[in-house]
Design a protein around this ligand. Structure first.
Ligand SMILES: N[C@@H](CCC(=O)N[C@@H](CS)C(=O)NCC(=O)O)C(=O)O
Length: 210
């Protein structure tokens, strides 16, 4: 079996999610830290985004495709259930994560603090707008995990894996901390899953950057 290479800076929430999926499954991999648009990344992702993956002659970009491949190609507990309805629900939450939650929580809110357009001067108006948009997102997630403590069924899946790094990064900042504090199901969900060995083992060395 050739080595599985995960290529991308570990601070990326998407690299973190792919690595966490490997840890959940007990799949060994080599992490090759590379920034977006580095040659090794641009060779696989047409828009230079991380993560990308190489496994023998299989090269892939996009975290959802990468995790789907790893889940099918390797042994270990399934992170995307084979049951059609549950598997589709995982895809649904991963799409919502990537299209809705990442856009607001990471690209607008966290990046607004960590990588402001003007160095050292976060655009507080833009951050405030992102925090406003996060209110509804927090309500949605709080309701979604209320019943089982998971996003899909009563099992830990890639739907959870995908969202946890986003929540971890967002709650480092005051507005998110306050919003999350008012969402008791979501708070319990984070406390429970942030303690998972797979979450800790894949945590970036300095998680302040995305
Ligand atoms: N849909 C992609 C998103 C990947 C992504 O946005 N990665 C960020 C880092 S967290 C990136 O490479 N950004 C660089 C850019 O957008 O140019 C996936 O799921 O892998």
């Amino acid at each position: 079996m050739p080595a599985l290479e995960i290529i991308g800076a570990p601070q990326s929430n998407y690299v973190w999610a792919v690595r966490m999926a490997c840890e959940e499954k007990g799949v060994a991999y080599d992490l090759k830290p590379e920034r977006p648009h580095a040659a090794a990344v641009a060779a696989i992702h047409p828009f230079g985004k991380i993560p990308v993956m190489r496994h023998g002659d299989v090269e892939l970009c996009e975290s959802k495709a990468i995790v789907s491949y790893i889940d099918r190609a390797f042994e270990g507990p399934k992170v995307i259930p084979e049951d059609p309805a549950l598997g589709a629900k995982v895809e649904q939450w991963v799409s919502l994560g990537n299209v809705e939650f990442d856009k607001v929580m990471i690209r607008q809110y966290v990046v607004g603090y960590v990588f402001p357009k003007e160095a050292g001067k976060p655009d507080m108006a833009a951050i405030g707008r992102a925090a406003e948009a996060m209110k509804k997102q927090v309500e949605v997630l709080d309701a979604a995990v209320a019943k089982t403590g998971h996003l899909v069924g009563d099992q830990f899946t890639f739907a959870d894996i995908n969202i946890l790094p986003m929540l971890f990064y967002a709650r480092r900042f005051e507005e998110a901390k306050a919003l999350f504090g008012g969402a008791k199901n979501l708070t319990a969900y984070m406390e429970r899953h942030f303690a998972r060995p797979s979450f800790k083992a894949s945590m970036p060395p300095r998680p302040e950057k995305t």
